[in-house]
Design a protein around this ligand. Structure first.
Ligand SMILES: Nc1ncnc2c1ncn2[C@@H]1O[C@H](COP(=O)(O)OP(=O)(O)OP(=O)(O)O)[C@@H](O)[C@H]1O
Length: 323
């Protein structure tokens, strides 16, 4: 695996509000490979935007490590931080008003970050045309944001974010204000840019359906990474090719749900929701350790009226395995 472009190690962010401390991230670990497209999902308040704000250089972690494209985000000077924000990361927000200046045309919006970087007028106009074409807005160069649809505004925002050729695109709920068809079109565009440009993309979304088309979905819970879904429904035949990989496998009769899960430093593993819903884990499981993998079997407890202390017999044939 290539060296990670993003590494968060035990990342902590504490906001101080008056006398209160809000722990937004509490020991989050994350690795992203160059060229990967990942989605961060999680309930409201779980820390998704906090993570993105740190990765974008807008906010500083309170503790832990955070490196992005060889930049140690805990140690940047303000000049280095400005350069980082200008050239290493591009950012797209949910609200169009945060992405685009309303009085400028689409072309001028895309040219603006280049102007701030000292690019010549002729060059920046040429690049603005190229980028607007790349995002499917070649005929909108002279339109102002209020003359564009919501989806077109987000396409334009993506072009603005790419203006200075960043290595990473960070998108915080980029489709949060769009209908579902347009939202899928924006995710298709992001996927296309990811593949054509080799761009690393980290998006935040509430919508699991949108997250299905990315390489990896990372769920955050209470400021920590809880599960990582590499691929959701894999055919059983495909599964055998991947038996050596470190992943949790939940066997079903014809189809298989395959998901990577994190095991923390204390050895704790959190099972995916699907596993708990589909198999009768009932609070206890049997672990079988073999030479090259670990199996996790539900224990079905026979209740002999001696709840909690009676004989426990495994009667289920349902299985889960961890390799
Ligand atoms: N600037 C801030 N000052 C104080 N507390 C903050 C600040 N920003 C975020 N928080 C708190 O940190 C926690 C995580 O917030 P964050 O916005 O990262 O969550 P989120 O997962 O992005 O939520 P949502 O999906 O609603 O946007 C929340 O409890 C939030 O109230």
């Amino acid at each position: 695996m290539p060296e990670s472009i993003v590494t968060c190690d035990n990342l902590v962010k504490i906001y101080k509000v008056a006398d209160l401390e809000v722990v937004a991230l509490q020991g989050l670990d994350l690795e992203v490979a160059p060229g990967e497209m990942i989605a961060i999902v999680g309930a409201s308040g779980s820390g998704k935007s906090t993570l993105l704000n740190i990765l974008s250089g807008l906010d500083m972690p309170s503790a832990g490590g955070c490196r992005v494209a060889n930049n140690d985000l805990t140690r940047l000077t303000s000049a280095q931080r400005l350069n980082y924000r200008r050239y290493v990361v591009g950012q797209v927000w949910q609200q169009s008003g945060r992405n685009l200046l309303p009085e400028l045309t689409a072309g001028a919006n895309v040219a603006l970050p280049q102007m701030l970087s000292g690019v010549k007028t002729s060059e920046r106009d040429k690049r603005a045309h190229e980028l607007l074409e790349l995002v499917g807005l070649n005929d909108k160069f002279n339109k102002r944001p209020d003359q564009l649809s919501g989806g077109e505004q987000q396409r334009c925002a993506i072009a603005v974010a790419l203006a200075n050729s960043p290595q990473i695109l960070l998108a915080d709920e980029p489709t949060g204000e769009l209908d579902s068809v347009t939202a899928h079109e924006i995710y298709d565009l992001l996927r296309d840019l990811n593949q054509r440009l080799g761009l690393t993309i980290i998006t935040v979304t509430h919508d699991a359906a949108l997250a299905a088309n990315v390489d990896r979905t990372i769920a955050i819970r209470d400021g920590r990474t809880s599960t990582e879904t590499v691929r959701r429904e894999a055919e059983l035949e495909e599964l055998h090719e991947h038996m050596q990989e470190a992943s949790a496998i939940i066997g079903l009769s014809t189809r298989t749900h395959r998901e990577s899960v994190l095991i923390d430093r204390a050895g704790r593993l959190q099972l995916p929701k699907e596993a708990i819903e589909r198999l009768p884990f009932n609070g206890r499981a049997e672990i079988r350790i073999t030479d090259d993998h670990v199996e996790l079997w539900p224990l079905q407890i026979e209740n002999n009226g001696n709840n909690g202390t009676g004989d426990q017999t495994q009667t289920s044939a349902s299985k889960g395995e961890s390799h």
